[in-house]
Design a protein around this ligand. Sequence first.
Ligand code: SF4
Ligand code: SF4
Length: 294
Amino acid sequence: MEMLDQIKTIIEENRESKSIYWRAGVLLKDCAWIISNRPLRYLKGKKKIAWCTNKRRVEIEITTSCNLKCINCNRSCRQAPSEEHMSLKQIKKFIDESICLNWKWESIKILGGEPTLHPQLPAILKIFKRYKKFYPESNIRFLTNGFGDKVNNILKILPPWLIIENSKKKSSMQKFSSYNLAPIDMKRYKNADFTKACWNTEHCGLGLTRYGYYLCGPGASIDRVFGLDTGIKNLSSVNDSTLMQQRGRLCRYCGMYKEKDYKMGRRIKKEKMSLTWIKAYKKYKKEKPKLSLY
Ligand code: SF4
Ligand code: SF4
């Protein structure tokens, strides 16, 4: 799988090349994608085969703090609020190891919680700019809820090289997935293979928090609440085998596992929780788990 990823990346890097060989490679890749994608996604949605993890995309949760506590938040900002921030040292580590390993991120999403609430945001963006210089093709996105004056005043002064994705939320009543309905609490998933994961890890890519790398952002939040301490501490250790271990341990708790594909999940307006989550949040409120840091 890793070799296939590498070939795809090399072809993508040469997409604009005028050479007839690269053009043929790009054409072949695009045709293969069109032919294989629909049936493949169908089979993945049915959990007949596993979803891949896109290791060229990452969502970085720079803070867990959020000014909007949405129901069914898949970062548990409402259910298990916390004021945790990634440190400057950790952001620098991410950029250093990405450059050192020549890791070409096609997309880096800076998010939270609400990322404008990180107290050291200007310094953080300076560090990210170093990566933009190293690999200008990388899309560095900043995901915000756009809620309230404080957030909007900060958005006005963000640098132009950042792509801002503003969901312009108006309230905490959102239509999200049933993140807190754990499949292990349902008879239907008694014998499920949780290493098959879901569309999120393929569509959105890896997650990174102050506790390390994860197969996806929602998976990282499961670890924060359940305290399994599965975060991968170095980019060089992110591979199919370490990610597979996380799948086996985290996806069993995640309501998104039940979704067939992107935008094909049941979005709900009411907050729903199954027993395993109720117990985990109760435990979290009594005492937060101590996880080792990235
Ligand atoms: S704005 Fe986003 S991070 Fe904040 S509570 Fe809502 S869904 Fe969660
Ligand atoms: S943790 Fe949840 S969102 Fe992430 S891959 Fe597993 S099922 Fe999907």
